[in-house]
Structure formats: structure tokens, C-alpha cells
Design a protein around this ligand. Structure first.
Ligand SMILES: [Fe+2]
Ligand SMILES: [Fe+2]
Length: 286
């Protein structure tokens, strides 16, 4: 090998330059209506089209903010793992993933900035708790890879649905492009993450996995709730009041709950097959 640039697994495309940012549009859907937390709730369906579209922007903005949070955690870990790695290809692989995550975060920041929605400063207690729990995990541990898989798959599942639902309504072309780019890169990250997860779980004694499983289950549950059920502030920003009531409606929405169970199932099934006896209230068949 003469140059790292020749490695197929580290070929890089800058996401920022792959998007026509002049096309950012607020007069359309950013998420298909079927993917909104309140889809099927009579009081929500009765709202004017414009207001439902604004909620689709803000639920997508929420997904981006969840992505920014996750990627910041993940980039810090990747940097530490790369620093410790003595294998040059592995180090390059980790640094490449880090620059891809930075590229994703830049896309998210650009859309939030250009659209005028900006950043929502407040973070839920759940997100802060998940962050604190995440910091306790040693970088090389089997637990880290299990959390990395869950952390990336949970928003990715929603992103995949969003991209597939393009025939349902006309989506913002910029949002659609972001979803495509993110999905393409995440497919590679997830294949690597799943491989590392299986490998590290097989090296971790089963008593230890059993001991850590409740902690892993609780963290995944908190994080999935954070990603799939926006906070009351999201409804308030869409002009939907009382915002707390809309959140309660979303949390109790049977269609959303069934959708969330479906979105979580592949991750929960994979982790259980990898030797993590996890439980999930949001995905109750497991
Ligand atoms: Fe990403
Ligand atoms: Fe990723």
C-alpha cells in the first residue's frame, strides 16, 4: 500500500459540497406526515396543513439536534480510539469515520442555520442522563460497541423510513439529500459497528454481560425516548399549546408506539443475538 487514500474504506466525499443549499425550503414537508409523533391523532390531523408542516420541520430539527449530540459523543470516542491504535489501517479507518461524522454534523448545522430554525438550547433531563451514563463507558469495552450500534441505529431507522416515504408527499429536496448522504455513510459505519459489537461481546464473559444488561437497557430506553418522542418545547415552537398536552398525546399515540417498536426491533434483536440480554419497554415483545 503506497497511500492511505487508496484504501477503498476511507474514500471521502464532502457532504457539504454535495447539497444545493439554495434549495432550503420551509413551504413543504420535511418529514412525511406518517412519521410524525402525532400521526393519526384526531386533534392533530384537524390542524391546518401549514401548522402540521411546521411541526414536520421542527421534528426533523429535533432529529438533527439528537444527531448532533450523538455525533459529538461519538467523535470524542473515535478520536481517543484512533489515538490509542497502533494498527495504521485501523487508525485511518477510525479517523475517516470521525471526519464523516464531522461532515454530517456540518450538514445538520448548515440546515438549522439556513432554515432560520437555529438551535434549541435546552436539552431534556433524559438526554443529559444518557450523556452522563455514556461517559462512564470505557472506550474499548463491549458495552461501548453495543451502545454505538444502538446510538447510530435508532436515528438511522427513522432516517431510512423518511427516505423511503418520498412517494407519500413531496419532501424538501435538501432534507431528502441529507437523508440519502447520511444513510449511505451510516450503512458503512453500522456494518463496522455491528462487527465490532459481535467481536467484543464474544470476548466479554457472559456473567459480565448479564450484569451490565440492565444498565444498557436503561440507556437505550432513555435515548430512544429522546429521539422518537420530541420534548414539549418542539410543540411549543410549532405554536401548539398547551405544549405539554401535545407531548402527552404523542406519548400515548398508539400508532407512534407501534412504529417505535418496529423501528427498535432490529437493534434489540441484534443485541440480544450478540449476547446482550436486554429488555425494552418501547419494544415489548423482547
Ligand atoms: Fe452520522
Ligand atoms: Fe455514523
Amino acid at each position: 500500500m503506497s497511500s492511505l487514500a487508496e484504501l477503498p474504506q476511507i474514500r471521502y466525499q464532502d457532504p457539504l459540497s454535495g447539497i444545493d443549499w439554495a434549495g432550503v425550503d420551509r413551504e413543504c414537508w420535511w418529514m412525511p406526515p406518517s412519521l410524525l409523533s402525532l400521526a393519526g391523532v384526531a386533534e392533530f390531523e384537524a390542524l391546518p396543513l401549514r401548522q402540521r408542516q411546521v411541526l414536520s420541520h421542527l421534528e426533523y430539527a429535533h432529529l438533527l439536534e439528537a444527531g448532533l449530540w450523538l455525533e459529538s459523543q461519538f467523535m470524542a470516542r473515535l478520536a481517543r480510539l484512533a489515538q490509542r491504535s497502533e494498527d495504521v489501517v485501523r487508525r485511518a479507518r477510525l479517523l475517516h469515520e470521525l471526519r464523516e461524522e464531522a461532515g454530517h454534523s456540518l450538514m445538520f448545522v448548515e440546515l438549522l442555520h439556513r432554515s432560520g430554525y437555529g438551535f434549541h438550547a435546552g436539552r431534556s433531563v433524559r438526554a443529559r442522563l444518557a450523556e452522563a451514563l455514556g461517559r462512564l463507558v470505557p472506550s474499548e469495552a463491549a458495552l461501548f460497541w453495543a451502545m454505538a450500534v444502538a446510538g447510530e441505529e435508532i436515528p438511522d431507522q427513522l432516517n431510512r423510513r423518511l427516505r423511503r416515504a418520498v412517494e407519500e408527499v413531496t419532501l424538501s429536496s435538501v432534507v431528502y439529500r441529507i437523508a440519502c448522504i447520511h444513510m449511505r455513510d451510516e450503512a458503512i459505519h453500522l456494518a463496522y459497528g455491528r462487527e465490532q459489537c459481535e467481536l467484543s461481546a464474544s470476548r466479554c464473559p457472559s456473567w459480565r454481560r448479564r450484569l451490565l444488561a440492565p444498565w444498557l437497557s436503561a440507556t437505550i430506553e432513555l435515548y430512544a425516548r429522546y429521539v422518537y418522542f420530541p420534548s414539549a418545547a418542539t410543540y411549543a415552537r410549532a405554536g401548539m399549546r398547551p405544549a405539554q398536552l401535545w407531548r402527552v398525546r404523542a406519548l400515548g399515540n398508539p400508532r407512534r408506539r407501534a412504529q417505535v417498536a418496529q423501528l427498535l426491533r432490529p437493534t434489540v434483536t441484534f443485541l440480544r443475538r450478540s449476547g446482550w440480554p436486554i429488555r425494552s419497554g418501547l419494544c415489548p415483545t423482547h
